[in-house]
Design a protein. Structure first.
Length: 122
């Protein structure tokens, strides 16, 4: 699967269907952490109650932090952090070399905060 051409939610909103260039349809859970299968009534009530609590206190940073958390295996987490640092280092070196080999004063250093802004609309 290289390119996804279209995506649709199922009628009840529990799954996402994606169509790709390899002529396959894939079925994904809309909420990845949600259990599949039949739930007991008490279990169903518990999930509804937890969701209501999350919606009620979603403005609090502690709740937001817990909701956003997803477990990632340690090896994958470390590899992504290492990759992020190497990419940042290479970008920094490239920028330094460009400045070193350009005419003095032609390239002004741009702060990292300004680099992230693509366009300002008034």
């Amino acid at each position: 699967m290289q390119w996804v051409f279209c995506t649709k939610f199922t009628c009840n909103g529990t799954y996402v269907i994606s169509g790709s260039d390899d002529t396959n349809l894939r079925l994904w859970k809309a909420k990845a952490s949600k259990q599949l299968g039949v739930l007991l009534p008490r279990e169903h009530k518990m999930h509804e109650y937890e969701e209501a609590l999350i919606n009620r206190f979603k403005h609090l940073p502690e709740i937001n932090r817990v909701v956003r958390h997803r477990h990632v295996p340690k090896s994958i987490f470390k590899a992504s952090a290492l990759r992020r640092t190497t990419v940042n280092d290479t970008e920094r070196k490239k920028e330094e070399r460009r400045r070193a080999h350009s005419a003095p004063g032609s390239m002004k250093p741009v702060p990292m905060r300004k680099k992230r802004i693509i366009q300002e609309v008034e």
